[in-house]
Structures are given as structure tokens and as C-alpha cells.
Design a protein around this ligand. Structure first.
Ligand SMILES: [Zn+2]
Length: 75
């Protein structure tokens, strides 16, 4: 894991398991990338202890779907 892009700290923590990218009421952060019906795309939250900066990474299993998705385009 790279140091915090905000403050340069290496005191970085990542949640151990991927979490759903869409909660009950929040926005879908990774739309159209769910691996199947009733499943959610997953992301990994990473938090800097020193400044609180939060990074979100699409989980590997979710990134696999990007290239084949007709809803996402390479930029
Ligand atoms: Zn930081």
C-alpha cells in the first residue's frame, strides 16, 4: 500500500474483506459491476490514521468486470 497521498503517512489501514459498493440508501459507487443478480460490486476502504483521508479501491473481483462492461469506458 502506498503512503497516504494527502499527508504522506505510512500509518495506513485497509479493511480485511471487500465491502458492498452500494448500501441501502447510498449511491452505487461501482454501478453495473456486480458479478450477478442479488450480488454487489465490492470495494476496499483504506484509511490513514494520521489525517483520516479515506481511499476506496474496487476489489479485484469487481475490476475483472470493467473491461467487458458496456456501461464503462476507458478514459
Ligand atoms: Zn494521511
Amino acid at each position: 500500500m502506498k503512503p497516504c497521498p494527502e499527508c504522506g503517512s505510512k500509518n495506513i489501514y485497509r479493511y480485511k474483506e471487500p465491502v458492498d459498493a452500494m448500501g441501502g440508501y447510498g449511491p452505487d459507487l461501482l454501478p453495473k459491476l456486480a458479478p450477478g443478480f442479488l450480488k454487489s460490486a465490492k470495494l476496499l476502504p483504506v484509511v490513514c490514521i494520521d489525517c483520516g483521508y479515506i481511499r476506496l479501491y474496487a476489489a479485484k473481483e469487481t475490476r475483472y468486470n470493467l473491461e467487458d462492461s458496456k456501461h464503462w469506458e476507458q478514459v
